[in-house]
Design a protein around this ligand. Structure first.
Ligand code: C5P
Length: 222
């Protein structure tokens, strides 16, 4: 575990996913979308009829997830037990289920080694809630990306509209606030900036601005 890690944490909708992917592409580094692992755990539990609050059973499932992350024609595909779940795990409802299983200590423990396996040369961009605080405390650079809840709801609405999905701003805002509250108030690995994280409010920034800014910070560190 000697490859450098860039940890990018923050609440949902702050732009972490897009920013992390773009930086990983620019640097030629590996990418860990840790939220996908929690979403996949929830998806697998629902599929196997396991209650989302059955901690030992969900943790067992998390520890033995049969999942493949594929990159084909530039599109990232996620395959769970042979089934393409790329779209299914991205719904707001699955985000909600993910945040429920993510509150279980045994589930987080079961996913720890799997996340650390992504740390390989030449480097790793790790996107999540606890990358800098728990999973990669020795990260070379820790960024905590935020944006106002209203702005995050607006961005989410645009994404959904582009995908042809109906949604309303007030209900998205409510969902975002509920998920923030659960992620920040949980006992294990709550969403909060690491002591040595650099906080970046993206409310008024474009994606390329954020990517450039983080890349400069990373260059300053190395
Ligand atoms: O980032 P994403 O929206 O895909 O994450 C879904 C949920 O998974 C989050 O709301 C959070 O509860 C959980 N999560 C987590 N720790 C991470 C990544 C995601 O608890 N490192």
């Amino acid at each position: 575990a000697c490859a450098a890690v860039l940890a990018i944490d923050g609440p949902g909708g702050a732009g972490k996913g897009t920013v992390s992917r773009l930086i990983a592409e620019r640097l030629g580094w590996h990418l860990l979308d840790s939220g996908a692992l929690y979403r996949l755990t929830a998806q697998a539990a629902l599929k196997h009829g396991i209650a989302l609050d059955d901690e030992p059973a969900v943790a067992r499932l998390a520890g033995s997830l049969d999942v493949a992350f594929l990159a084909e024609d530039g599109a990232a595909r996620v395959v769970l037990e042979g089934e393409d779940v790329s779209a299914a795990i991205r719904t707001e409802a699955m985000g909600e289920c993910a945040s429920r299983v993510a509150a279980l200590a045994a589930v987080r423990q079961a996913l720890l080694a799997r996340q650390r396996d992504f740390q390989k040369p030449p480097g790793l961009v790790a996107d999540g809630r606890d990358m800098g605080t728990v999973v990669f405390p020795g990260a070379a650079l820790k960024i905590f990306l935020t944006a106002s809840a209203e702005e995050r709801a607006r961005r989410r609405l645009l994404q959904l509209q582009e995908a042809g999905v109906d949604a309303s701003l007030p209900s998205l805002l409510k969902e975002i606030q509920a998920r923030d509250a659960r992620d920040m108030q949980r006992a294990v690995a709550p969403l909060k900036p690491a002591d040595d994280a650099i906080e970046l409010d993206t409310t008024e920034l474009s994606i390329p601005d954020v990517v450039d800014h983080i890349q400069r910070l990373l260059e300053d560190r190395s």
